[in-house]
Design a protein. Structure first.
Length: 307
């Protein structure tokens, strides 16, 4: 029995079972004031961040508070690769279980085996899986909400149109099954020199943001609107496109702006699985209010779709 240990517990979030349970209970209570006291009927397509819970916990709680988990048997988690680059395939977990401080989540190894019979999927190494945080950060929330559910972590690195089409074709039968939930693990804009992204919009454009002049900040603070407002404007435009269900528009937006949304490719796959249904966004926040080139920030958003 292979178990992926909770490699980021104790650093990105607490490893103490009781403290974590209490923290999640508080976050879900807070989310209920935004989402409501019950889940959104039919909400089984989700988008949520994967940073440390100090930064992204509120947004993650909103995502999973909206989740209609009642009939769910398995959760497909689509996440980006932060540490390895590969092309032509998506990778699935080699483990039978994901450990969390709250308990173990089973991986649906039968579905994993079904997927790896297709040429576009292969198993990642155990080291690669344990280095990656995008799945692990969702695991305690999934366990808290539905401990008996099984998960299928799917990591996407480089992706061209051919691979995107192949992944959508492979996953569509699962997406059509109401017993399956699809969850994209993604932060939004990573801004700052450490992320090699310092673009900004000086003034609010009259047309689409992706058609506005984007300038890389070289020093100091930008003219016009505050930097953090520019970042939000950039993110909100992407969120609006995703709300419209326009998968091709999403891809154009990413290509034109270069917005460093780490789960941009999983979101592209999700939008195609939704066949024109848009994502309903719940909350948005930034780790810091960046004002100058000396600053950096990461953005977070929570959302769901009913389809």
């Amino acid at each position: 029995m292979s178990v992926r240990h909770a490699s980021h517990a104790g650093s990105w979030y607490t490893s103490d079972k009781h403290k974590l349970k209490s923290q999640l209970a508080g976050l879900f209570q807070q989310a209920s004031s935004v989402v409501g006291d019950s889940s959104v009927p039919g909400a089984r397509f989700l988008v949520g961040p994967h940073a440390g819970y100090t930064y992204s916990g509120e947004r993650l709680a909103e995502t999973f508070a909206a989740w209609d988990a009642h009939s769910t048997r398995r959760v497909f988690i689509l996440g980006p690769s932060h540490h390895v680059l590969y092309r032509g395939v998506a990778m699935v977990s080699p483990f039978a279980y994901y450990d969390t401080p709250l308990g173990r989540l089973a991986v649906d190894t039968e579905v994993v085996d079904e997927l790896t019979k297709l040429p576009v999927f292969r198993k990642m190494s155990e080291d690669v899986d344990e280095d990656e945080h995008s799945f692990e950060m969702h695991a305690p929330f999934i366990y808290y909400k539905h401990p008996s559910v099984k998960i299928i972590p799917i990591m996407i690195s480089s992706m061209d149109a051919k691979l995107c089409s192949a992944l959508v074709a492979a996953l569509e039968p699962y997406a059509a099954n109401p017993e399956n939930t699809f969850c994209v693990s993604s932060d939004f804009c990573h801004w700052g020199r450490s992320f090699d992204y310092t673009k900004y919009i000086a003034d609010r454009p009259s047309g689409p943001v992706e058609d506005a002049p984007l300038t890389s900040l070289r020093s100091g603070s930008p003219p016009g609107m505050p930097l953090y407002k520019s970042i939000e404007l950039l993110d909100r435009r992407g969120m609006d496109i995703a709300s419209s269900g326009d998968a091709a528009g999403w891809d154009r937006y990413i290509q034109k702006t270069g917005n460093t949304i780490c789960g941009q490719k999983p979101i592209s796959v999700l939008l195609r699985l939704l066949h024109g249904t848009g994502i309903e966004w719940i909350g948005y926040s930034q780790s810091n209010k960046a004002k100058s080139l000396a600053d950096h920030s990461v953005s977070y958003a929570s959302g769901y779709a009913v389809a």
